[in-house]
Ligand binder design. Structure first.
Ligand SMILES: C[S@@+](CC[C@H](N)C(=O)[O-])C[C@H]1O[C@@H](n2cnc3c(N)ncnc32)[C@H](O)[C@@H]1O
Length: 464
């Protein structure tokens, strides 16, 4: 038909993604590096939640390997052209983040026309699409995100990025002018690559031979995993990355129907974490991993408010000191609440127990220099049960009261005006009028407020 003949060719006509040249180049490269993609899936920028994503061409059974990536296709400090200097001089590249070697490797590979990873990295010709709060103005962060914990986290990131670049990266680049040029490999590029690593990299879990939680375990450095990082995230994901000695495999964790998007998991992420690290949120209230924090110091403030006499206040100071020494609380510490209750049950349980002790009980605790460890697993499950949502109403009245006051203080201080936010959800079309940043901020705030609100309700009556 004439009309059809005149219709300009759109992406999506013919084979999926056929008109996307960078994607085609990437797929050819995947073949060359022996990255195997199942016939049952394809990459697309259409019908996905955000730019590139993967879709099912046909029904997929649980356990199906969607793709497998040989380890030599992974991009990290040990596979980059810069490997030798990064390895030989690793002592100069230590930093609190542990990301400097990967970032140096990425700066080189991203700007090198002959890079082995060029077809992969060319999928992102610039990083303007990354919209992490670190790229918002400070004023916008404060206005939209006050009280969520994000502005503080971003301030720390920006300070660290600048310091890391000036103190570690710049001197290293200057001593290797054959690989890096500070004019080209600027602070601006470095910051974009930090955001890229935040949102696109993977961290292989440390193999735990003894099967015990070793707090001193050194985490593996992050790495870039081509193809796996084209998958978007939802909490109710349908695929998962498995690590084997030869390759990494993305495996369907439940049956997936034709046309469905393949979703990986980036971990159990609350919306504030998703926004901070990935620049997006899941629409309220769909994120089952959402959380709200109460600062440990706010529980102390609540205890002070509830104290009647000077003598009791004096005891509180002593109790707090002991809790700090026990590392249950701290200046920057928080108690985390999820949709099913406290996620920091040991710390919260101990804090409430100590703060609500009688003078005699506390004296005894001081004399014993802390209490004897109870039977580990049993005690842990008792605490988790007590601080689950069902357990909260049955807590001792004074424990409940402390939690209630702390939740009120958090709500008052940081997350005012819940009603006006909620009204937005009810007004037809109101959400559509918001900018993506405003919508993301609203999802974070509503999630945190609803958890705190629930906590307020469950602890409302000072009696069991
Ligand atoms: C690992 S990448 C996934 C591939 C990405 N869609 C692309 O086109 O490059 C992570 C980024 O995808 C986007 N993303 C992932 N899951 C999302 C979701 N459920 N909703 C909105 N954006 C999402 C975010 O921008 C995030 O920073």
């Amino acid at each position: 038909m004439a009309a059809d003949a005149k219709r300009p060719k759109r992406e999506g006509d013919g084979a999926p993604g056929a008109a996307d040249e960078p994607l085609q180049t990437f797929l050819r490269w995947c073949g060359e590096v022996r990255l195997k993609l199942s016939d049952k899936v394809y990459l697309s920028k259409e019908r996905t939640v955000a730019e590139y994503g993967m879709l099912a061409k046909e029904d997929i059974e649980q356990g199906h390997v969607l793709f497998s990536i040989p380890r030599n296709a992974l991009l990290h400090q040990g596979t980059s052209t810069t490997k030798k200097v990064l390895e030989e001089e690793k002592g100069c590249l230590e930093s609190s983040s542990g990301w400097v070697p990967l970032l140096l490797a990425l700066m080189y590979e991203y700007t090198c026309a002959e890079s082995y990873w060029k077809p992969y990295l060319s999928l992102w010709p610039d990083f303007r699409k990354l919209d992490h709060p670190m790229f918002w103005s400070k004023e916008e962060r404060e206005r939209l995100l006050k009280g969520t914990g994000i502005p503080e986290a971003v301030d720390t990131d920006l300070t660290n990025i600048q310091k890391e670049y000036n103190d570690t990266v710049l001197p290293f680049m200057r001593s290797h002018p054959e690989l890096w040029d500070p004019e080209r490999h600027s602070l601006e590029l470095y910051q974009s690559l930090v955001a890229f690593v935040m949102a696109y990299s993977f961290q292989e879990p440390v193999e735990d031979e003894d099967d015990n939680d070793d707090e001193n375990e050194v985490p593996n450095p992050p790495m870039m995993v081509p193809m796996a990082d084209m998958l978007n995230h939802v909490c109710n994901h349908n695929a998962n990355l498995e690590y084997t000695p030869d390759c990494l495999k993305m495996v369907a964790v439940r049956p997936i129907r034709k046309g469905e998007e393949i979703f990986n998991t980036y971990g159990q992420m609350a919306n504030w974490q998703l926004l901070h690290m990935y620049g997006f949120t899941e629409p309220f209230p769909t994120n089952s991993n959402d959380t709200a924090d109460i600062k440990t110091s706010t529980v102390y403030t609540a205890a002070v408010q509830e104290t009647q006499s000077e003598a009791e206040q004096h005891h509180l100071v002593e109790k707090w000191k002991m809790l700090c020494e026990m590392e249950m609380v701290g200046e920057k510490g928080v108690f985390v609440f999820g949709k099913n209750g406290s996620l920091t049950d040991t710390e919260l349980y101990t804090t409430l127990k100590v703060l609500c002790m009688s003078k005699e009980e506390f004296k005894e605790l001081q004399a014993n220099e802390g209490w004897q460890e109870d039977d580990g697993d049993d005690e842990d499950s008792k605490m988790a049960q007590a601080l689950s949502l069902e357990g909260l109403p049955a807590l001792a009245p004074e424990w409940k009261r402390l939690l209630h006051v702390a939740a009120n203080l958090t709500m008052d201080q940081y997350l005012e005006d819940m009603d006006s936010d909620c009204r937005l959800l009810e007004e037809p079309g109101a959400l559509a009028k918001l900018s993506p940043r405003e919508r993301n901020a609203l999802n974070v705030r509503l999630g945190q407020k609803s958890i705190l609100h629930h906590l307020q309700q469950l602890t409302q009556h000072g009696t069991a």
